[in-house]
Design a protein around this ligand. Structure first.
Ligand SMILES: Nc1ncnc2c1ncn2[C@@H]1O[C@H](COP(=O)(O)OP(=O)(O)OP(=O)(O)O)[C@@H](O)[C@H]1O
Ligand SMILES: [Mg+2]
Length: 315
């Protein structure tokens, strides 16, 4: 399987000026490594504020001006610099944004979905595709001529989703595509994402809904306090004994069918010197407080925990 997307050691921080001239750097994403292959759906699962949208925006090249980024992002083996990001955006790489604010308030929604075309022929072809996809999501012809402010919340979400699909992406970054949708549209969204996979395309599915991740993805990456702490297969996620990180185990035990047993406290906001899960961890070691574990490959499972570094320690 060829890699479509590779994110290597990505860190994102923000410079803010507090009370005039006091510069303060806040790290939001730390040392993030993840990849998506052809015909693969990788879910990124993390709680609110854990940096999921920033990951999406850094891949698309639309981070805010006060962000500072280190690390590397590659698409089909080529480094995605700003120029390449802009060239591929909306074409080979499409985003389903989390916020409806991404819609242009001054443009009819059908024209936004069709996007820039080189001539009338291309426009006519894309118009047909736009209509097909819109009607699939229950957006009838009267919606085409509406402006974003005229849409209800649910309609706007469907427009965002359809717009990304009209672009016919090779790599889709879906940032929380399902909240606010009716049950039928959630099912259709999941089906469409799985269809892209069948066509050999790649999907990075960003969500805080573990159910959506389990129903849709091939692999799931768990975000905790700005770090990826585990990347494991969906098969393994179905059994708590087959996931490795203590936080992932707590997460799975917290599922409704397992009795909502999430015992851990709030995720730390500051980047601590040690493991971000140290304070809440039931299996912590002495060194976890002051040392940061690396993300290592443990029999094909990526894990960031000293309990699984015995091979490295012994080397
Ligand atoms: N321009 C900015 N300046 C400073 N901090 C920012 C900026 N943009 C985002 N952040 C911070 O980065 C963190 C991560 O934001 P992000 O939107 O990526 O979270 P998220 O995981 O997508 O959350 P949610 O599940 O609510 O969508 C937040 O704590 C946010 O306050
Ligand atoms: Mg978000």
């Amino acid at each position: 399987m060829e890699k479509l997307l590779e994110v290597n050691n990505l860190s994102i921080s923000f410079t803010q000026y507090v009370q005039g001239l006091n510069r303060h750097d806040t790290k939001v994403i730390s040392d993030l490594t993840i990849d998506v292959g052809e015909g693969e759906i990788v879910a990124v699962l993390g709680s609110s504020g854990s940096g999921k949208s920033l990951l999406a925006h850094s891949i698309l090249g639309i981070l805010p001006y006060n962000s500072h980024v280190t690390g590397e992002i590659k698409y089909k083996g080529n480094v995605l610099d700003q120029e390449l990001k802009e060239k591929l955006r909306g074409k080979e790489i499409c985003l389903i944004p989390q916020s409806v604010n991404f819609l242009d308030p001054l443009m009819k929604v059908s024209e936004q979905a069709i996007g820039e075309c080189k001539d009338e022929k291309e426009h006519a072809e894309k118009k047909i595709r736009q209509r097909e996809i819109f009607s699939k999501y229950g957006l009838d012809e009267s919606v085409d001529d509406l402006y974003p402010f005229e849409l209800s919340g649910g309609m706007a979400r469907k427009v965002l989703l359809s717009t990304a699909l009209v672009g016919d992406p090779n790599l889709l970054i879906a940032d929380e595509p399902t909240p606010g949708l009716d049950a039928k549209s959630v099912k259709e969204t999941i089906e469409d994402i799985r269809n892209l996979k069948e066509q050999g395309k790649g999907v990075l599915l960003i969500t805080h809904e573990i159910d959506v991740a389990l129903k849709t993805a091939d692999r799931i990456a768990i975000f905790y306090s700005g770090y990826v702490i585990e990347i494991n297969t969906v098969e393994n996620f179905k059994n708590v004994d087959n996931v490795l990180h203590p936080y992932t185990k707590a997460l799975i035990n917290s599922l409704p069918k397992n009795g909502f047993n999430l015992t851990e406290g709030v995720q730390p906001l500051e980047d601590l010197p040690g493991c971000p899960y140290w304070e809440n961890c039931p299996v912590r070691l002495d060194k976890c407080k002051d040392n940061k574990p690396e993300l290592v490959d443990h029999d094909g499972i990526m894990i960031r925990c000293f309990n699984f570094e015995e091979v490295n320690d012994g080397a």
